[in-house]
Each structure stands twice: as C-alpha cells, then as structure tokens.
Design a protein around this ligand. Structure first.
Ligand code: V47
Length: 432
C-alpha cells in the first residue's frame, strides 16, 4: 500500500496527529496512548509502531539461548492472577531448590551453548539472605560464561528485607555474587486500584520503580513488564507506560544502568482465582506490543514472549513493534500449556526459522544485546532433546501435571472468594 493510502487510512482511524508525531520523533502523550487503544484499526496502529521498530532496530529480530530456573514456587503474596505458587504451609505441591540443585539444573543443559540463565521464583519467607547469594554463586560456578538475569523487583524487595541492608548495598552484594541483569517481572499494572484488588501484599508501583532506580544506580540493566488482559482498564495501562518512561529518562540521564526491554505479558487465566475471565485475544496481544513500542520511546527493545503470546502471534508481532522473541527457555513454571508438563522449549533452529519465516533477520544475542551469531549459524535441535530428557528431573512429582488435572485446586483457586462481582460482570458484558 502506498504512503498516501496509508495516510488516508491512518487519518480515518483518527491517528493523523500521532502519525505526524511519530515521523517527527516526538514523544506521545497520555491522550495519544488512549487513542491508540481506542481506535478500531489495529493495522494502522501496527504500521505506526513498525516505523519506530525499524528506526530503532532495522530488520533485526533478536533471540537468545536461555534457560529459565524457577527456584521455588512457594510464595506468600497470594496474587489473584497467578496459578504458579504454592502456599508456604502444608501445600503438597511446594518445592525449593537448594543452590546445588539449581546448579545441577544448569549442568543438565551443559551441551547447549546457553548465554542467559533467567532465575525467578516466589516470595518464600523461609529463605534467608545468604540463600540468594549462594544461589547466584552456585549457578555462576556451574556456568561461568553465562549471564545471570535474576530476581524480579518483588523478590528484590524480599531480599532487601531479609538482608537488613539498603537496596544499594544489596544490589552490590548480588552483583559480587554473580548477578548480571534483572528481569522485568512483578510490575503487573501500575495502578493503586488493581494493586489493591489483585496483589495488595506485593510492593506497589512506587516501590517497584524505586528498586529499579537503585539497580540502575549501580550500573545494572533491567527489564519491565505489563500484565494485561484481566481487570485492568485502558487509562491504567497508559499511566503504566508514562511511569516507566519517566523512570527511564532519569536512569539514562543519571546512571550507567537503565531499562533494556519491555515485555507486555499476556495474562493466562487457567487455574487462577480469575479463571472465569476470558483471556486476551491475538488482537489484544498485537495491540499491546504496538502501543508499548509507540509509548516507550526511550526503551531500546520490545519483546514478544513466545511462551505467553504463542509462536504464531510472536511472528506477527515482529511487524507490530517487537524486535525480540525471547529464547529457548527449556522449562517453565509460571504459566504452562495444560497439555504439557514443565517442558517448554523452542530449539535454536525453531527460533531462527520462526523469525526467517516472518521475514525478519535473526540475530542471536546475550542478555545485554551483544551479538553472538547471525542467521542459521550454529543452530541445532539439541535444546529439544535436552529438554525432553531433563526438564522434569528432580522435581516434586505432585507439581508436574497440575494444569491438566481437574481435581487439583491450586493455591490461587482457593482465593476465589476474593473475586468481586463486577469482575464477573466484565465478562458477561463482553459476551452479550
Ligand atoms: O511477574 C504471573 C506474570 C511474570 C501469570 O524480563 C503471569 O526478559 C501471565 O516477568 N499469566 C514473570 N503472566 C515473568 C516475567 C518475564 C517473562 C519473560 C521474560 C522476562 C524478561 C520476564 O509473569 C510475573 C507476572 O507478571 N504472571 N502469572 C499468568 N497466569
């Protein structure tokens, strides 16, 4: 379609003013954010996001050879949107990995040239400060060449409490123990209302952002997420972007750290307290990618996390603002395909072929976006073989197939009494 025809279409969608700003590389406002969510023409929003995406990252789509380790599922936060966690007391599905077990998990995948180990878990009140340091040291010793990207700001908040030190001192200790970067989880939706209703015992937006600033102050890079598709409202999502954008402005100006990547997380209702709600659609997923690319003008990268968005949506997302698809993963706990257990893997060959098929140029990166390979160089299917053989080794058997068993009630499902009638109404309205 020619530029003139696109312009007509963009104007028909009410996005002419935003198009002008995008071409002038001007920052978008709160009202622009609302407009991008409210317009009917998703392709017009995607077209605008793609301008920014190609300006920042050209035709490149990044992927990473990574391994996720969820070191404990025990969590005392009781978030209504989560199916992953087990209660700290008397929950047969609870598990905690010792640092040695976590290191063994890393060694299990020693035959794959993994460059990123992504380590996150629940907020387990039984773990002391030394545990977190030992966990990092053990993982680093098992695979010194890999970067460790560990602990959401929610876990960091807990680690700081256990340490009785300042956040800055804790970040320095964690760095000395092997921490290289931080993942983006725990940000959820930066709205007091949603915080109060769905995750009131977790750090609020102000604390999450304060800890991110502290991480950046010691030179660490971190990511940020938005969990969408549950009970949040559009203005709350736009507000979320503005808070992150402002924090990034300060960090880039005053520190050696900063945010690297934004990841919109598509909410999965299965086995949560809110499982009656309809999940986000593919259209929602593409819109979140596109709006975040347009609003977060100071974030270098936008990721479509294939585990949550699916591989097919992720391919399309590469034309709607995303320049990153995440990685091989190997095993994953936080959401699961009900038909499978912990194994969740795409091989390096799958990832590269997926990107090529989408018409983008695959580039393998490490967590800091250093380039490790291009195109089909060094790809193989080894990750699939290893994940099939080893993903469930040493795991609490009661935790393996919870998603596929109807008689299992997760900790989150037992919180259904907290569900507000208006959230049930939300779904009824959509269906009518
Ligand atoms: O903080 C919990 C979310 C997050 C569900 O930084 C859920 O590169 C969907 O942050 N449905 C953890 N999401 C995952 C995360 C992440 C993932 C991939 C890459 C990176 C990165 C970070 O998962 C949690 C929470 O917001 N979550 N339950 C659910 N049912």
């Amino acid at each position: 379609m020619s530029g003139v025809l696109w312009r007509r279409r963009i104007e028909a969608a009410g996005l002419g003013g935003i198009h002008d700003k995008v071409l002038r590389e001007e920052r978008l406002s709160f009202d622009d954010g609302l407009q991008l969510y409210n317009t009917f023409d998703l392709n017009a929003v995607g077209y605008l996001a793609n301008i920014v995406r190609e300006r920042k990252n050209g035709n490149i789509a990044y992927w990473v050879r990574n391994q996720h380790i969820n070191y404990t599922n025990v969590c005392n936060k009781g978030c209504l949107f989560c199916s992953f966690y087990a209660k700290p007391k008397d929950d047969p599905r609870a598990y905690v990995m010792t640092p040695e077990v976590a290191a063994q998990k890393v060694l299990n995948y020693g035959d794959a040239p993994i460059s990123e180990i992504h380590v996150v878990g629940g907020v387990n009140p039984k773990l002391d400060y030394e545990y977190y340091l030992e966990l990092l040291r053990a993982i680093k010793a098992a695979r010194p060449e890999a970067h460790i990207k560990a602990f959401t700001m929610v876990e960091i908040d807990q680690i700081v409490r256990r340490s009785k030190k300042s956040p800055r001192e804790v970040f320095l200790d964690l760095k000395a123990a092997g921490l290289d970067a931080l993942p983006g989880g725990g940000a959820e939706v930066m709205s007091d209302r949603v915080h109060e209703d769905l995750f009131s015992t977790k750090p609020d937006a102000a604390r999450w952002l304060e800890l991110a600033r502290e991480a950046h102050a010691v030179g660490l890079k971190s990511n940020a997420t938005l969990l969408y598709g549950h009970v949040e409202q559009t203005p709350e999502k736009v507000e979320h972007f503005l808070k992150l954008r402002e924090t990034q402005d300060d960090s880039l100006k005053n520190t050696a750290g900063g945010f690297l990547t934004f990841i919109p997380l598509s909410w999965h209702p299965e086995k949560t307290a809110l499982e009656h709600l309809k999940p986000p659609t593919g259209v929602d997923d593409l819109r979140e990618i596109a709006v975040s690319r347009l609003m977060l003008d100071n974030f270098p990268h936008i990721k479509s996390f294939w585990i949550m968005n699916s591989a097919p949506i992720t391919q399309s997302a590469l034309w709607f603002g995303a320049d990153d698809v995440d990685g091989t993963i190997m095993e994953y706990e936080i959401i699961r395909d009900p038909s499978r257990d912990r194994k969740q893997v795409l091989t390096s060959r799958d990832l590269v072929e997926m990107i090529l098929e989408a018409g983008r140029e695959p580039v393998e990166r490490d967590p800091l976006y250093n380039v490790l390979s291009r195109g089909l160089e060094n790809v193989s299917d080894v990750e699939g073989v290893l994940s099939n053989e080893r993903a469930n080794l040493g795991h609490n058997a009661q935790n393996l197939d919870i998603m596929s068993r109807d008689e299992v009630t997760t900790a989150a499902q037992s919180l259904k009494y907290k569900v507000k009638p208006e959230w049930i109404q939300v779904e009824t309205n959509i269906k009518q």
